[in-house]
Design a protein around this ligand. Sequence first.
Ligand code: NAD
Length: 347
Amino acid sequence: MSIFAQMETLGHEQVVLCSDPSIGYRGIIAVHSTALGTAVGGTRWWTYSNEAEAITDALRLSRGMSFKNALARLPLGGGKSVILGRPGAVDRPAWLRAHGRFIERLGGIYITAEDVGTSLADMEFIAETTRFVAGRSSTSGDPSPHTARGVYRAMQAGARVKWGSDDLKGKTVAVQGCGNDGFHLAVELARAGARIIAADIDPARVARAARECGAVEASIHSIHSVEADIFAPCALGAILHDQSIPELKVGVVCGGANNQLLEPRHGQALADRGILYVPDYVANAGGVTFGGSIEVLKLTRDATLKRVDEIYDTALMVLTRAAADGIPPSEAADRLAEERIRSGRPG
Ligand code: NAD
């Protein structure tokens, strides 16, 4: 599909292709919607197999940010940018400064932050060339503990709908990916008395979850199919598909990864198996809710943390609407987000 056709299908306002051949940098900035406010979404640094894959990723992720911000009741639109990594050494600070220069040129319709492959330290290089960076250590900081807190609260809402109680004590949760988000989620779960099974391609990361949270290690090939109550995808997206869904042995899927469903129809496939899916962008809105509430809404820290915890209420609302309308939760979330974006009011 052409770039314009993809933009029209997904409803994008603007997509910018950025290049600085003198240092080998290539980036894409996708602004999905500014209907509710400035488009906010992180910068992903990833080595894609080809340009088309990078564009599709930027388009899907930025649309996801519009929906996430709308359901989180933030006066923000959705955007995302990607830096096209390549094998071998690159001048990372120079690439990040180049990326910042392109963000600056957009004049503030897009604000970036961390995402997969970029760190808090990287934001400082981007901030050398643009004012439009959130989540710096001097402002709202690392979003991942707040993302994990939101996932935990969404999981509680899922447990309440599925089993009638939001107490996760004694529940077994299979965590796929023990990075920033997955590790902090494991900390929350251990505190709540849940049993944790964890997997990561990086042995050091899963070892830390075992040491600090009592997680039992599983293979990365079978983590989605272990016997558990809840499956928490916290690595990369597109992991719920025709092959993996029949292998799930859980009652609830709720995790921090973006774009967990390979295709929208997989929301129905989960429902057909009686598995309750808490939509990814409802569950993982804690980081942007924290950053947006501190940096844009200028709320106090206490009021901000309360908003993160209210992800429980949002998840419950989505799951209730899905049941009432007889549609999968993923579709209920999309409908609610689209209604808010169309109305021009964040709720
Ligand atoms: P991260 O890079 O810190 O962690 C991802 C982890 O997954 C890494 O430890 C990696 O080794 C592991 N991994 C990769 N492939 C795997 C596989 N096949 N099986 C098991 N483990 C695998 O990234 P993160 O910040 O924790 O983000 C994780 C996901 O959550 C991403 O999809 C991201 O977009 C999403 N997310 C994160 C945040 C946040 O604040 N960190 C916010 C919203 C959404």
